[in-house]
Design a binder for this molecule. Structure first.
Ligand code: GDD
Ligand code: MN
Length: 379
C-alpha cells in the first residue's frame, strides 16, 4: 500500500459500487449521520456504472466528506476496494457494501473496537447478537460450508466466527508494506492472512435484505473464491506442508521397495522378515525427512527429544497402516468397490490421518498443548 495518511482523518470508509444509483443517497446520508462524531471520509469506487451512480455520487461530494473514484479500465469488487485503499487518507481503513445490506449504524461500534485496541474489527453475522435476514436454507448452507472450508485451510481465520464478512475496519499499519491481491472478493481474508494483525475483534450486526437494486455477484465469483482460498492456504496454511509430507511418503515407498529387493535378492533373507525390516527403515527414512524438512519450523517449539518424536511417528504410522487395511476392507469386501479404487481411497485416508496426527501430536507445539489443557480445564 502506498498512500499517506492524513492526521486529521481517523477513518476512510471504502464503498465499492456497481449500478447502485438507488442506494447512493441513503448510503451517504446514513453514513454521515452514523459518523457525525468522528472525522471520516467516504470513498466510493465506481466502475463506470451505466446507471449513473458516479455522477449522482459526485453531485453529493460538495456537501459531504465524500471522494468518488471512477474506474473505466477495470471491473470487479476486490480490485475496486484495493483501489480505494490506495487513495484513502484515514488512519483506519474500512469496507462497506453500498447497497445498505451492511447497516452503516454499526460502524461506530467497529471504530470503538479499534480505539479500544483491536487491529481489525469485523462486523460479524455469526456471533451472538448478529444475524442474517431472509436467506434461504440453501444460501445458509453454502455460506456455512464456505466458512468451514476457510477454517480448515487458513489457520489465521480459525478463531474468527465470520471470516468471510464484507464489513470490517482495520488499522492502516496492519497492511503496511503488504501487497493485497485484487482477486477474489473476500478482501478481509487478504488482510488477515497477509497483514500483521494480532488483536482481532468481532462486533455483531444483522446482514439485511437488499431493498433496492440487485446483486452483482455471480457463481463465477464463488468459484473465484475457492481459487483465492487455495492460494491463501498455500501461502500460509498447511497445503504446502501436506505436499511435502506426501513427497516424503513417496520417497519412503521407494526406499521400502528398494530395500526389500536388496534384502531378499542380495542378503538372502526370508521375504516376510525382509518386508518387516525394510518397512521399518522406510518409516525411519520418512521420519528423518519430515523432521528436517516438512516440520522443520515446528521442531524447536515441539519440545521433547528426537527419540520421543520418532516413537510417536512410528505409532502414528501404525495407526495409518490399520486405517489403510480397514478402509480397504470396508470398500472392497463390504461395498464391492473395484480393488484399485478401494486401495487408492484407503491410501489417501491413511495419508490424511498420518499428516494430521503428526501435525497435531508428534510435532505439536508445547504452547498449543498448554492452551488445549487450559481450555479443557475451563470446561
Ligand atoms: N466497483 C465495483 N465493481 N463494485 C462492485 C462490483 C464491481 O464489479 N460488483 C459488486 N460491487 C459492489 C456492489 O455495488 C455492492 O456495493 C457490493 O459490491 C456488494 O455487491 P453485491 O452484488 O450486493 O454482493 P452480495 O450482496 O451478493 O454479497 C455481499 O455479501 C456477502 C455476504 O454473503 C458482499 O458483501 C460480500 O463481500 C459478502 O461476502
Ligand atoms: Mn449486496
Amino acid at each position: 500500500m502506498t498512500s499517506q495518511s492524513a492526521p486529521n482523518i481517523e477513518l476512510s470508509l471504502i464503498a465499492p459500487t456497481y449500478n447502485e444509483i438507488e442506494n447512493i443517497v441513503p448510503l451517504v446520508e446514513r453514513v454521515h449521520k452514523a459518523l457525525s462524531q468522528y472525522s471520516y471520509e467516504l470513498v466510493i469506487v465506481d466502475d463506470n456504472s451505466p446507471d449513473g451512480t458516479s455522477e449522482l455520487a459526485k453531485s453529493l461530494s460538495a456537501e459531504y466528506p465524500l471522494k468518488v473514484i471512477v474506474r473505466t479500465s477495470e471491473r470487479g469488487l476486490a480490485s475496486a476496494v484495493v483501489a480505494g485503499f490506495r487513495e484513502a487518507k484515514g488512519q483506519v481503513l474500512g469496507v462497506i457494501d453500498a447497497d445498505l445490506q451492511h447497516p452503516p449504524e454499526v460502524i461506530p461500534a467497529l471504530l470503538e473496537a479499534i480505539r479500544a485496541g483491536a487491529d481489525v474489527a469485523i462486523g460479524s453475522r455469526y456471533i451472538s447478537g448478529g444475524g442474517i435476514e431472509g436467506w434461504s436454507t440453501k444460501r445458509r448452507v453454502i455460506s456455512g460450508g464456505a466458512k468451514a472450508f476457510t477454517h480448515i485451510l487458513l489457520p489465521s481465520a480459525r478463531k474468527i466466527q465470520d471470516p468471510l464478512s464484507g464489513l470490517f475496519l482495520f488499522k492502516r499499519e496492519v497492511v503496511d508494506g503488504v501487497v493485497l491481491a485484487p482477486t477474489g472478493y473476500k478482501i478481509l481474508l487478504e488482510v488477515l492472512v497477509k497483514g500483521n494483525a494480532s488483536h482481532i475483534s468481532e462486533v455483531p450486526y444483522t446482514f439485511k435484505e437488499r431493498e433496492r437494486g440487485k446483486s452483482n455477484l455471480t457463481i463465477r465469483e464463488e468459484l473465484n473464491f475457492l481459487k483465492h482460498l487455495g492460494r491463501l492456504g498455500w501461502i500460509e496454511g498447511d497445503i504446502k506442508r501436506f505436499i511435502k509430507f506426501c513427497t516424503v511418503g513417496a520417497s519412503g515407498a521407494g526406499v521400502n521397495l528398494g530395500l526389500l529387493a536388496f534384502f531378499v535378492e542380495v542378503v538372502g533373507l526370508y521375504e516376510t522378515l525382509a518386508v518387516v525390516i525394510s518397512y521399518e527403515i522406510s518409516i525411519l527414512n520418512n521420519f528423518i525427512w519430515n523432521e528436517l524438512w516438512t516440520f522443520r519450523d515446528k521442531r524447536a517449539s515441539a519440545g521433547g527429544s528426537v527419540l520421543s518424536r520418532a516413537i510417536k511417528f512410528n505409532l502414528v504410522s501404525l495407526g495409518g497402516f490399520s486405517i489403510n487395511l480397514a478402509v480397504f476392507a470396508l470398500l472392497f469386501n463390504l461395498f464391492g468397490v473395484f480393488y484399485i479404487i478401494s486401495e487408492a481411497v484407503a491410501i489417501l485416508s491413511a495419508m490424511l490421518w498420518n499428516f494430521f496426527a503428526n501435525l497435531k501430536w508428534t510435532w505439536r507445539a508445547r504452547h498449543e498443548e498448554a492452551l488445549a489443557n487450559q481450555s479443557l480445564q475451563e470446561k
